[in-house]
Design a protein around this ligand. Structure first.
Ligand code: PMP
Length: 388
């Protein structure tokens, strides 16, 4: 059997629940998709032009393993200006192929076989599989809509064992849209300190924070910074998903460990993409603000629609996802999503794709254009009405 040649860890992970659902969506070309976690806008012209100029100037060779020094400086300046946290561009920043690779490198660099990493769920679909592939064991910490998707510190503390290496956090969160308040981050950081754990903080949606300020975990203070790997990138806030630029910042020893893996497996991020990212970080603030306001309008429209439909939804404070409860319809999240697609041609993602605590919810991205969000909400309202 050829499949017996496939490694155990690979066999152990399920394919992405999102991808499986999107095979169905692909068969419905007239569907409105609220499924994909991707900005609807094309990358702003100035960022694209920076890549074009780099190509015209013949900047086509490998860069340093850590990434272009200009880009690492732009990341350091951005993080200092925006969140007041300092990283040394020469030793504490590594440019990665999106946050996806930053996550993979961070987990691989710290995980020995059988080590445990606590994953706050519902979560981005890749978290647990990445831990499993690294030989580790993902340990889920459930959050609940009834608690505004907050991290319960006592429940978190009970999950810590001698094998625990790190806690993986994501604020603002995909799929719930929750954003951890400062006190919650501080409590997690204290717990990590007491138990000598690392913190992996995925802040890819930091720029898409709608209510209040984003709390950047390593900006909380020396102690938090010393044990945090900050994972972030340009895919979402700057509408640059296809460019594949992310980064990880943290202690120089951890960055050096990740750089070893990166060197042997990836070499560096595509050079024109890195030049586009320099421009985006240096001069993209206005473009980002325009996109953030557009998402805010769509979020408000979607929240209004869920209220009218009678679907409870914790208001998303960040990212571009709403995660309403569909429990009152009597359907599972898979049934709801499949029937909504076949009966009304609207694609949303069943909540169980994000871990068991996501069951009873569906993820609706409000990254589509205002008109499409509007039309999708009208169709969904018709569907929910029929179910009642
Ligand atoms: N983290 C989270 C929370 C995400 O939602 C995503 C993309 N959906 C990623 C990481 C991966 O992002 P990138 O495109 O930068 O690899």
């Amino acid at each position: 059997m050829i499949s017996s040649h496939i490694a155990h860890a690979v066999r152990a992970i399920p394919p992405s629940g999102i991808r499986a659902f999107f095979d169905l969506v692909a068969a419905c070309p007239d569907a409105i998709s609220l499924g994909i976690g991707e900005p609807d806008s094309v990358t702003p012209w100035a960022f694209r032009e920076a890549a074009i100029h780099a190509i015209e100037r013949g900047r086509t060779a490998y860069t340093s393993t850590l990434g272009l020094l200009d880009l690492r400086r732009a990341i350091a300046d951005y993080l200092r200006g925006r969140f007041g946290v300092r990283f040394d561009p020469r030793r504490e920043i590594l440019v990665t192929v999106g946050v996806s690779q930053a996550l993979d490198l961070a987990v691989r660099a710290i995980t020995n076989p059988g080590d445990e990493i606590i994953v706050v769920e519902p979560s981005f679909v890749a978290y647990s599989p990445v831990v499993t592939l690294a030989g580790g064991r993902p340990v889920p910490l459930a959050t609940r809509a009834g608690e505004n998707w907050r991290v319960d510190i006592r429940r978190l503390a009970r999950l810590i064992t001698p094998r625990t290496r790190a806690i993986l956090l994501n604020s603002p969160c995909n799929p719930t849209g929750s954003a951890s308040p400062r006190e919650e981050m501080e409590a997690v950081a204290h717990l990590a300190q007491r138990n000598d754990l690392l913190l992996l903080s995925d802040e890819i949606y930091a720029e898409l924070t709608f209510d209040g300020e984003h709390t950047c975990l390593p900006a909380l203070g020396r102690a938090a910074r010393a044990r945090t790997l900050l994972l972030s990138g340009l895919s979402k806030g700057w509408a640059m998903t296809g460019w594949r630029v992310g980064y990880v910042c943290g202690h120089a020893a951890l960055i050096a460990a990740m750089a070893k893996i990166h060197q042997h497996t990836m070499m560096c991020v595509a050079t024109p993409s890195q030049w586009a990212a320099v421009e985006a970080l240096r001069a993209g603030e206005g473009e980002v603000a325009i996109m953030r306001e557009a998402y805010r309008e769509r979020r408000d429209r979607m929240m209004g629609a869920f209220r009218e439909m009678g679907l409870p939804c914790v208001p998303p404070r960040g990212a571009f996802y709403a995660f309403p409860s569909i429990a009152s319809t009597g359907l599972t999240s898979q049934e709801f999503a499949r029937r909504l697609l076949s009966e009304e041609r609207v694609a949303v993602v069943p909540g169980d794709a994000f871990g068991a605590p996501g069951e009873g919810h569906v993820r609706c991205a409000f990254a589509a254009s205002f008109d499409r969000v509007d039309e999708a909400m009208d169709r969904m309202a018709r569907f929910v009405e029929r179910l009642r």
